[in-house]
Design a protein around this ligand. Structure first.
Ligand code: SAM
Length: 278
């Protein structure tokens, strides 16, 4: 297992500082609706609950857990214990506060750790189930490192749920001249650089300008990376919707579900994988 590959350390650190900077703003955003989620009983998203099924008595890990809302939601599916991992100290601090505020701290743990450091930080084969959600794998330069971290954490008999931004959506650009693709569909050592104001939450405009560094991974690369560690794909769905307003004209249809207008280009915007081994 490789740590952060040589030459990527500065980009990694730049990204980590970005994530530290956005935690408080994300926590109080309408996008994350933390208060409403608490009032509704800290539940998992109904559609995710349907795809994942029950997690009764399972020891669950959430990689790149941000401030832990999705991590704690997995307890509503019956998980015995959930562990969230993220390299942002601020995110993990906030996750611990959220666990205490919701009285779920007895069934959860949050650890500061980069995906690339998982094999050093965690003993192997601890978990039954791994959860990864939207906006995670684009921060990892080499998808095999990510799959290796999951493999290390999981027992021989275990399963994984991933809902992610589709690699095509990562490079889809809308301009006055119509649609184009800008960037790399396939994994590349060269990062795609994003220089923008704020983040994806509605309240982030005063955060300032950030440069972040992203890496795309094709669907084939994601599936192959998992299969190289013995996982078999049980479910793979490409969705014509995503959970955030990627383009201003997108149409919201239900909670966290944004579609392109019918008369626009129709391409996959997010994807779901369930895979298992053993
Ligand atoms: C968009 S969040 C994804 C989680 C979830 N979809 C959410 O919105 O709560 C991305 C998270 O990945 C974390 N992250 C990025 N690169 C990482 C790495 N190499 N190791 C561990 N965490 C990482 C960031 O700190 C951030 O909290």
């Amino acid at each position: 297992m490789k740590p952060v590959p040589d030459g990527f350390e500065d980009l990694h650190e730049e990204n980590r500082k970005y994530w530290d900077s956005v935690v408080d703003v994300h926590f109080s955003s309408k996008f994350y609706e933390v208060d409403a989620w608490i009032k509704a009983g800290m539940k998992a998203r109904p559609w995710e609950a349907e795809v994942i099924g029950r997690l009764d008595n399972k020891n669950v890990v959430h990689l790149q857990c941000h401030f832990g809302k999705d991590t704690l939601s997995l307890l509503s599916l019956g998980a015995a214990f959930v562990t969230g991992i993220d390299y942002s100290e601020k995110a993990i601090q906030k996750a611990k506060e959220l666990a205490t505020a919701t009285k779920l701290n007895g069934r959860s743990n949050f650890e500061v750790c980069a995906v690339e450091d998982v094999p050093k930080h965690f003993s192997p084969s601890k978990f039954d189930f791994a959860y990864i959600s939207l906006g995670a794998i684009c921060w990892i330069p080499e998808i095999t490192t990510w799959a290796g971290a999951i493999s290390h954490l999981l027992k021989d008999k275990a399963s994984i749920f991933i809902h992610e931004v589709h690699p095509l959506a990562q490079i889809l650009v809308r301009s006055e001249n119509g649609w184009s693709l800008d960037g790399k569909y396939f994994e590349s050592k060269e990062a795609m650089i994003d220089q923008s104001e704020g983040s994806y939450t509605e309240n982030s405009e005063n955060l300032g300008n950030f440069r972040t560094n992203l890496w795309n991974h094709s669907i084939g690369e994601v599936v192959s990376s998992l299969s190289n560690f013995g996982f078999v794909v049980n479910h793979l769905a490409e969705h014509p919707w995503t959970s955030f307003q990627q383009f201003p004209e997108m149409i919201k249809s239900g909670p966290e579900r944004y579609f392109l207008p019918d008369d626009w280009l129709q391409v996959p915007l997010s994807f779901t994988i369930v895979a298992s081994r053993g």
